[in-house]
Every structure is written in C-alpha cells, then in structure tokens.
Design a protein around this ligand. Structure first.
Ligand SMILES: *Cc1c(COP(=O)(O)O)cnc(C)c1O
Length: 391
C-alpha cells in the first residue's frame, strides 16, 4: 500500500524535534551534529535567535497581502540585494525551482523583445541540477530526473561539464543564454575553474548570450564570498538564489541586470506567495548578517580550518576517502566506497552529511558552525571511517 506521504524520498530513519545552532535533537534528547544544514538551507543554524525574532515579530503583524500591494519588507530586501551585488532588480520566489523557471523565461523574453524570437537555445551542463519543474528538469537533463516525464520542454543543449571546446562549438546565433552552477552541488561539489568562468563571461559578452548563474546552493556566503561568482571576478546577467537566503523559511529570488530584465514588464510574471512579508522579514535579517565582511571573513577562516582537517582525515583513511574538493563551507569528500555507506556510518556517530553524485559526500554545515564543532565533526568522521574499515 502506498504511504500516505508520496514515496518520492528514501528517508533515513531519523526524526528531529528541535534544533540549536549546528545541532539537531531527537525527541529523546539525542543530539546530531548537522553538517548538511537542510542541504545548505539553514545557513545561520537552527533556531537562530535573530531569525526567530524577525519571523515572530512579523508573524504578529501581517502574513500575507499578495503582490497587488506594496510590500515594504520585500522592498527592503530587494534594496539590500541590489546594494551588495551586480543586480539592478530582484524578483522573489519560494524556491530554487521557481527561480529557475523565471531565469529561463527572462532569458527567452529578452531575445523576443529584441526582435529575435528564435533565439531560445539555452546551453547547460551534464551533472547540473536546477530543480524539479518541467522546465528545470529539461535544463538539467539527467536521466533519473527526466525519464518518463516527456515530452520535455525544447531548447536546451546539454554539454559535458567543464568542456570549453564543446561550449565554444555549441555557441551559435540561436544561443539565448548559458546556464551553470559555479560550483555544482547535487552533481558532486565540482567548481568551475575561475579561468573558465572568465572565458565564459567573455564569450557571452562577445555573442550577447546571457550568462545565467544558478547560485541556489553555492550562494549566500557558502563559499566565503556573498556569491560564488565573486571568486572568479565575474558577474552574471541573471542569477538564481534560494536555499540559504531564507535560512530555513521558503524563499528564493532571481537577480538581474536592468538589461537582462528588460523584457519583464507588468503582467509578464507573478507569484502569489513570492516575496511575502514573513519570508522577506527573515530574508532581510539573513542578508544583514551574511553580507557583513566580518561574517564572511569568519566563514573563510573556519573553511580553511575545516579543509585542512579534512585533508588530514583523507590521509588517515586512504581506503575510505580519496580527496577533498569544493570551496568555503561547500565541501565534498570524494569516497572510495559508496557514499551512502559513509553517510550511514556518520548517522551511527550522530553526524549528518549529505550524499551527492560522483561518489561524494557533501559537507554543508551552518555558516555559524564553531571551531570546536568543526573539531568534533572531524572526530566523528574519523570514527565513522574507522567503523567502515573494520566492518
Ligand atoms: C536545490 C537546488 C535547486 C532547486 O531548489 P528547490 O528549492 O529545491 O526548488 C536548484 N538549483 C540548485 C543548484 C540547487 O542546489
């Protein structure tokens, strides 16, 4: 008999009642050190007092009005995002998937309004993940996600990840945009080399194709910069954001330059909940905290420490681990055995990590994780690896 919750997830037999910073706590009081943060969502930890205050204060005043009216919290958050990024304008969504949908629509509408309605092709990369809507699965193109859901939305070309020659060959007058994750998340924590990103930006400048970056997972301070593209010294034309921006409250956004957004006018897009007062109250507080140079500096310091300790762990357990990859606190441990087994051994040590493709387990802790908690995480990973070696 089918479960009452649609069985689209293989869930671990863990259930948490509350959270506290980097810790998740079961009903019986058992504490798990959380290196997954809800898949890079709880960027400021669980039950962060600043965010609880922002949410509850707004909850007592007003939850929802619709976008028929001005929403001051939305205005405030948009102003903050524009002040801190390449963007001139922001649309708020409720998820990464919705941000992908708008990014695709915006890129196509741009060329339509420029009098080139056939310029619809979007170049994407194998192993990428942009969400689960019909548009987003067409963009990602992975067999597991698309099988049985056809016919797929046309207009996407999937290129081998990191293959600059293939990219140059595929770039034509029909190319509306290039869409990529600066650091691939679900696909196994793979960062585009800075030089490639700079070359892609130059190719876009030369051809007019829009550069659309999916920073749903790698953005919002995760890499030690507010957004990952800053590491390469480039800016996109359109950027998808979600996950960390709400700190656990559903919120996403599409940021764009004035030029890239020029096709979007009143009536061309909308959302009932997008940018609602609750989400934006929390999102504003998240931005105020993460965008501080001191905060990002601390992320970088902790990331350096974490990485160094992980390299040591790999050296100690060469039969379990192969290497460390990623940037900032978006780290991947490449495994020599099934990553699901490593994640499971972590559970036994009351440690949460997240599996990814390419034999990688992801380490995406709250950005507020402390140095003591990093040391404790390494101890637990060490014990988990020992378990696997002696199993
Ligand atoms: C999670 C994710 C998405 C989809 O976000 P949802 O909020 O689950 O819809 C899109 N792109 C990337 C890179 C992601 O990590």
């Amino acid at each position: 008999m089918i479960t009452t919750v649609l069985p689209t997830y293989n869930r671990a037999p863990l259930s948490f009642e509350r959270g506290e910073g980097s810790w998740l706590i079961e009903a019986d009081g058992t504490r798990y050190l959380d290196l997954g943060a809800g898949i890079a969502v709880n960027a400021l930890g669980h039950a962060n007092p600043d965010l609880v205050a922002a949410l509850t204060e707004q909850a007592g005043k007003l939850w929802h009005t619709s976008n028929l009216y001005q929403i001051p919290n939305q205005q405030k958050l948009a102003d903050l995002l524009v002040a801190h990024t390449f963007a001139d304008t922001v649309f708020f969504t409720n998820s990464g998937t919705e941000s992908a949908e708008l990014a695709i629509k915006m890129a196509r509408k741009y060329w339509y309004e420029k009098g080139q309605p056939d310029r619809i092709e979007i170049l994407t990369f194998e192993g990428s993940f942009h969400g689960r809507s019909t548009g987003a699965i067409a963009a990602s193109g992975g067999e597991k996600m698309i099988k049985g859901f056809g016919p797929l939305m046309p207009g996407f070309t999937h290129l081998p990840w990191g293959d600059m020659a293939a990219l140059k060959a595929a770039l034509t007058e029909a190319t509306a945009a290039i869409l990529l994750e600066p650091i691939i998340g679900e696909g196994g924590i793979k960062a585009w080399p800075d030089a490639d990103l700079r070359e892609i930006r130059a190719l876009c400048d030369a051809t007019g194709a829009l550069l659309v970056l999916d920073e749903v997972q790698c953005g919002m301070g995760r890499t030690g910069r507010l957004f990952a593209h800053e590491l390469a010294g480039i800016t996109p034309d359109i950027m998808m954001v979600a996950k960390g921006i709400g700190g656990g409250f559903p919120l996403g956004a599409v940021l764009a330059t004035e030029n890239a957004a020029s096709g979007m006018v009143a009536g061309s897009h909308g959302s009932t909940y997008g940018g609602n007062p609750l989400a934006c109250a929390v999102g504003t507080r998240v931005m105020e905290i993460i965008a501080q140079p001191d905060f990002l500096e601390a992320v970088n310091r902790k990331a350096g420490l974490f990485r160094q300790k992980l390299e040591g762990l790999v050296a100690t357990h060469p039969d379990v681990f192969e290497g460390v990859r990623g940037s900032g606190l978006m780290l991947g441990l490449k495994c020599k055995i099934a990553p699901a087994d490593v994640v499971k051994a972590g559970y036994a040590e009351h440690l949460l990590t997240v599996p990814a493709a390419d034999n990688v387990i992801r380490i995406l802790p709250p950005l507020t994780i402390t140095e003591e908690e990093i040391a404790e995480a390494i101890n637990r990973l060490d014990r988990a690896a020992t378990r696997l070696e002696t199993a």
